[in-house]
Design a protein around this ligand. Structure first.
Ligand SMILES: NC(=O)c1ccc[n+]([C@@H]2O[C@H](COP(=O)([O-])OP(=O)(O)OC[C@H]3O[C@@H](n4cnc5c(N)ncnc54)[C@H](O)[C@@H]3O)[C@@H](O)[C@H]2O)c1
Length: 472
């Protein structure tokens, strides 16, 4: 059966739901955006004589989410006409409106029972053939649809947008074994062609692809840094653009995400992957000590105006950036970190050449090069270790890191540029395990993850066929 998407609905008007509604409206689609009904009045509402039956109270949450989205920077909506395509409502008075939608996206709080209850209600109102998806970051997609009918399950899948969607174009699509392939194809084509998304199909495994790679990698960088006495400013100077990654690097990103949220995500993932021998980094005692103290003090990052960084003033009243000393919990004036190796290679524009130069044996005693190598080699080894568990092909991991985290190159693209066999040997010499399929690839006479012919990338290694497969 083919599906046509003309009318969409988003349930949950928080950070992600309102932004997803904007994305759909920007593409010219009418969108119904619903949120829950408040269970108590604010003091202002009570003072105005409003009650829980007043329409403006009942739509308070959706209205607030919509207004916050309109203030987003960079803007979430392309113009006023797009704003006009979004109709607001609540999940009690307006639930029947969902019957008109061809695609309904669930974007409510990350709680299994709340999502399941909502899907049960949706089953009763959705029109035949309509598609339902969840934006969950980590709950198993199949478990959300437990208890639903076979027809519902055929039309249900995970659609994981990245924050903020107006910047990050990754959309992870997670079909369950029950999902109809025509449904998956419809959402894939629509999201690619109409919403401009970069699509990655994922297996239904904990945190899917992007976040599964990112959380352990980030936790490892923090663990290694604290274990070896690097300052926060040093880590951020080394793990941003030098490695082809955004300026938010490691600790600035923790502040942006919120230290409490980052810890919650790491702990959640830890519990979900008991089979993963790298998972201990997610509960690094060094990070736990610092994060627990920061959380106890309420220093959660940007939302509480201090975390690993804080803005201050110098004696002349000029704005300066202060950085946390994780040993004393005092803030200190950030010094520009200096590493001889980084100064020597920093001007090399090409990422592969820059890192090849940085990882040259001549810099092996340089602390900057040491941390950079530790972080990159962990990420490459980890990506290879879990690739077959989480993805259908290696390219999905690269696309996820470029589109979802703004990395210049994904793990296998970077590994190719560093030289696969030589880097694998160096990783083993550093005590890392290189995944068997990578060794099988080299043994099969495939020296790189991607096949390049006449300066063009024409294919990538297919771990099932043990040979290159043409790019689509
Ligand atoms: N924030 C992110 O960076 C991000 C990124 C990707 C995916 N996600 C996922 O997207 C979902 C939403 O996350 P968020 O950050 O937008 O959360 P949020 O807390 O900003 O918003 C959640 C919204 O859902 C509403 N809500 C709660 N229960 C409801 C119900 N039963 N019916 C209707 N509305 C209800 C809340 O009032 C709130 O407006 C979660 O599953 C989360 O894991 C979040």
């Amino acid at each position: 059966m083919s599906h046509s998407i003309q009318n969409v609905a988003v349930i949950g008007a928080g950070t992600m739901g309102a932004a997803i509604a904007a994305l759909l409206a920007n593409a010219g689609l009418p969108v119904t955006l619903l949120d829950a009904v408040p269970t108590s009045l604010t003091p202002e509402e009570a003072q105005q004589g409003l009650t829980l039956t007043s329409p403006q109270v009942r739509n308070r949450l959706v209205q607030a989410g919509f207004e916050r989205m309109r203030q987003a920077k960079p803007p979430a909506l392309v113009n006023e006409a797009a704003a006009g395509l979004i109709t607001l409502g609540n999940t009690e008075d307006d639930f029947d409106r969902l019957a008109a939608a061809d695609w309904i996206i669930e974007v409510i709080i990350e709680k299994l029972e709340a999502k399941r209850a909502l899907l049960a209600r949706l089953e009763a109102v959705r029109k035949p053939g309509s598609i339902v998806s969840s934006n969950t970051s980590g709950l198993p997609i199949a478990s959300l649809a437990e208890g639903r009918s076979d027809d519902f399950k055929r039309h249900f899948l995970g659609t994981h947008f990245f924050n903020p969607p107006q910047i990050l174009k990754l959309l992870e699509i997670i079909p369950t074994p029950d999902a109809d392939s025509a449904v998956v194809e419809t959402i894939t084509r629509f999201a690619e062609n109409v919403l401009g998304r970069g699509i990655v199909h994922c297996k239904d495994t904990p945190n899917f692809i992007g976040n599964r790679l990112f959380s352990p990698g980030n936790s490892f960088a923090i663990h290694y840094a604290f274990e070896h006495g690097y300052t926060i400013a040093e880590v951020d100077a080394l793990t941003g653009p030098l490695l082809g990654r955004p300026k938010t690097a490691t600790f600035r990103l923790q502040d942006l995400v919120g230290i409490d949220i980052a810890v919650h995500v790491a702990h959640n993932l830890y519990d979900l992957i008991p089979h993963d021998r790298h998972r201990e980094v997610l509960r690094s005692p060094h990070m736990e000590r610092v994060a627990n103290e920061l959380m106890a003090r309420g220093w959660l990052g940007n939302k509480s105006k201090q975390g690993f960084y804080k803005q201050g003033q110098d004696a002349q009243g000029q704005r300066i950036f202060l950085v946390l000393n994780p040993a004393t919990f005092e803030y200190e004036v950030a010094q520009m970190p200096r590493f001889e190796a980084v100064e020597a290679v920093g001007k090399i524009a090409d990422l592969g050449q820059r890192l090849t130069a940085l990882f040259d044996p001549r810099w092996q005693a340089d602390r900057g090069a040491q941390l950079a190598w530790a972080v990159v080699s962990f990420d490459l080894a980890y990506a290879a270790a879990c690739a077959q568990e989480i993805a259908y092909d290696l390219k999905s991991l690269d696309d996820a890191m470029r589109w979802g985290f703004a990395y210049e190159a994904g793990p296998f693209e970077l590994w190719d540029r560093l030289g696969v066999a030589a880097t694998a040997a160096k990783m083993e010499a550093s005590g890392l395990v290189v995944a068997p399929w990578v060794k099988a690839m080299l043994a099969a006479g495939c020296p790189t993850f991607y096949r390049r012919e006449n300066g063009q990338t024409t294919g990538f290694y297919d771990w099932d066929q043990q040979q290159y497969r043409n790019l689509p």
